[in-house]
Design a protein around this ligand. Sequence first.
Ligand code: SF4
Length: 274
Amino acid sequence: MLIKLAKSCGFCFGVKRAIRLAENNPDSIVIGELIHNSREIDRLNRNFGVRSADNLDKLKKGDRAIIRTHGIEKDAKAKLLTIADDIIDATCPYVTKPQKIAEAMSDEGYQTIIFGDGSHPEVKGVLSYADENAAVVADASELDRVTIRDRAALISQTTKSIAAFGEVAAALIAKTSETRVFNTICNATYDNQEATRKLAKEADVMIVIGGKNSSNTKQLHSIALQYCADSYLIEDGDELRREWFANKRLCGVSAGASTPDWIIEEATKAIEAF
Ligand code: SF4
């Protein structure tokens, strides 16, 4: 069986930047999870003493805080400024962009509509920069349950697919007299999705490696499933099963934007061993 790695997969620029910042600032406290990969978070904790705090009350004066890759809510950031002595902002620039757009569009009187998962930290953060008329929709049909105003601004969670974003944009345009559409899907996500799509079309079995709570990894898995019914999402090589590879000719491997190279290599070696 041949094993082929997707042309574009694994760590993106935003995650690399966040990890570099964490490694350069040992013993800091991250607000939430720095990235959606528990094994990499464990490594940062073990080797650099970087810890996570799930809420700001766990911080005390003098602490050094890191804002996670997906950003935090506007109020939380303001509060953090009053607690921590030193703040390292690891918010990915691709996430800062929709935050700024949401704020500017609200100021200009547009209703901000965010296409994304309302429970995701990135989306909650972006929503906090918009005014009270803003809404989050998971797909085009959800626009029907929102009171849409005459002028709207549409932005997307960074990890969504362009095709699905286009559907929401078309439905929103039909409901307003003016819709401003901002493509806030990040390039890394787009490149990883396209490479996974291409590989899944030719593979007999697809392995997508990444955190099970990572939106972009789940997205890659669902794209892989569209083209290759035998597609599996794993966090690391320990979850692989020998029977997945029986009588397969080509195994495609892809990985989410917060999956480090060492986990991809480990998993690939485990597949080779089968
Ligand atoms: S996937 Fe995109 S938005 Fe998310 S951290 Fe990476 S570069 Fe930034």
